[in-house]
Design a protein around this ligand. Structure first.
Ligand code: IVH
Length: 392
């Protein structure tokens, strides 16, 4: 069943690592946050000397959930849905035990919000079982978690290992709430709610908040949940009502996205990939390096114009990062570490798979032979793919 949210479940405005202003000049995240804090100070009509404390919390990459408690008992759990109305997942949540069925010593009514997530070890164990039974595995913990909490079959949900962290109370009746977000977290924890207290920090200024975010970013792989950033909130809860919201974002908080992790490595060689329609793509073979959770040993160089623009040569030391934390990319060449025998990457004149003479179209190089074995193989792979014929 669908349930209307008493208070809409919005999303947060974001600070981003690569924002540019109207003239194309990069705006660092600290400047973006300073501007945001200044706007909030104006909205609140704070004197220049008045403090405005910020609270920095990890942003859990899970599924938002709204949970209603009455006289300490879990009455209803609802997904975010479109923000106005979500799906009733009370039975699944009760069965999974992801959220406590009771909050100790609580009278009155309140809604608690937080994030459901599937811890990596439990997710990996579940996938291992699927694999052993010959079933298709689940791509990532976030989508897996969303699927689990909407599952019709309740039996077994308690063994899957879905968990939660709760972090806000949008409304309450007959309950006296603490005055600040940091006190609210401690209060929720005292009632027996799962609250992540380890990496939260208060900050007196934008620069302190950014420093706190960066500090957690450096240790993010050690966190019990996946995260792509932090949430910076105004600590004083009485300001939330004054600050209000747009149709999409509340004005009391903003999200910080971690800059993608970067590592230095070396280009060992070049491979030429031939796509299903003949496009020939240069791919750098790299000395294996661990970036953002996986070992990277190849990176697409996209096209030969890009290779020339970046002046990438075989033997070069390069900086790699994962775009959107998934696809590895070479973002820079360390020119002053170039070995004397570094080899330039030349545009091929013949297809590496069938030796046909290539055709150059704008920035791309193509193999024109429809019977090229590499093209045929790629067309076959595409045809069998999950989104096409889904052949195992
Ligand atoms: S505060 C307006 N605190 O991140 C909603 N959100 O757009 C913000 N999230 O989907 C609520 N960890 O569900 C808040 N510590 C945290 C969070 C958090 C994850 C999610 C939230 C929303 C998205 C922000």
């Amino acid at each position: 069943a669908q349930v209307e949210h008493v208070v809409p479940m919005l999303s947060l405005e974001k600070l981003t690592p690569n924002r540019r202003d109207s003239k194309g000049v990069a705006v660092p995240m600290l400047e973006q946050l300073s501007q945001w804090v200044e706007r909030r100070r104006k909205d609140l009509e704070l004197a220049a000397s008045a403090p405005l404390t910020l609270l920095v919390e990890p942003k859990i990459d899970g599924i938002s959930v709204s949970v209603l408690y009455e006289a300490g008992k879990l009455r209803r759990a609802v997904t975010r849905g479109d923000g106005r109305r979500g799906d009733d997942i009370t039975r699944q949540i009760k069965q999974s035990r992801a959220v406590p069925l009771e909050l100790r010593g609580l009278s009155g009514k309140l809604e608690v919000r937080g994030e459901l997530y599937w811890p990596r070890p439990a997710f990996d164990a579940y996938n291992a079982q699927l694999r052993a039974a010959g079933h298709e595995t689940i791509a990532n913990p976030r989508n897996g978690c969303a699927g689990m909490v909407k599952r019709k079959e309740l039996q077994g949900l308690e063994d899957v290992g879905i968990q939660s962290f709760l972090y806000s109370v949008p409304w309450a009746e007959g309950v006296k709430l603490p005055g600040t977000q940091s006190q609210l977290l401690a209060w929720l924890a005292g009632l027996g709610a799962p609250v992540y207290m380890e990496r939260i920090a208060t900050a007196g200024s934008a620069s302190e908040a950014i420093a706190a975010c960066g500090g957690v970013g450096a240790q993010r792989v050690g966190l019990p949940f996946d995260t792509d950033g932090m949430v910076i909130k105004i600590d004083e809860l009485k300001y939330y009502g004054i600050l209000g919201a747009t149709g999409h974002h509340p004005h009391w908080g903003i999200a910080y996205k971690f800059p993608p992790e970067r590592k230095q490595t070396q280009v060992l060689g070049l491979e030429l990939g031939v796509g299903k329609s003949g496009k020939i793509t240069p791919v750098a073979v790299l000395s294996p390096v661990f970036v953002a959770g996986t070992t990277v040993s190849r990176a697409s160089l996209h096209n030969f114009v890009e290779v020339a623009r970046k002046d990438i040569r075989i033997g070069d030391s390069v900086i790699v990062e994962k775009a959107g934390d998934i696809i590895p990319q070479i973002v820079d060449v360390v020119h002053d570490q170039r070995p004397a025998d570094a080899q330039p990457i030349e545009r091929p004149t013949l297809c590496p798979a069938c030796n046909s003479e290539v055709v150059v179209e704008e920035i791309f190089v193509h193999c024109p032979n429809p019977a090229c074995p590499a093209q045929r193989r790629e067309r076959m792979v595409h045809f069998a793919g999950r989104r096409q014929m889904a052949i195992d």
